[in-house]
Design a protein around this ligand. Sequence first.
Ligand code: THU
Length: 135
Amino acid sequence: MAEDRLIEAAMAAREKSYSPYSGFAVGCAIESASGEIALGANMENASYPLGVCAEQAALAAAQQAFGLDNVVRMAIVGGPKGAELVAITPCGGCRQAIAEAATVAGYDIAVIGRDGEGNLSETCISKLLPGWFTF
Ligand code: THU
């Protein structure tokens, strides 16, 4: 079966991760309702807390490209630089950021991933962060 194009896009984005401090590269690809794709990768900084996760980088790109209200799916892949992918899910802060997009979109957002053996995972933000904060 052909690789999901969104997973492939996330893997390509991961290649552009700037993560010299953790050595852990994450890529994220976000698909819009009309099939557009926005990309992001983690961007670290010598001042460690200023680093940005791949998901938040991609959400910022998605807002510019097609708007958070049009986000339908996100693919997230990660692993040690130069090594196989490992199965990951978004950190707590990123879950809240994805939930923000689901709030403005008015529907759930699918979150997919892939490990180094090609095993795919699929969940959604309402399962990753039930009862997320909004007002
Ligand atoms: N990271 C992400 O990009 N997304 C996550 O959901 C969790 C962690 C990044 C932050 C840091 O640059 C590296 O992975 C190691 O924590």
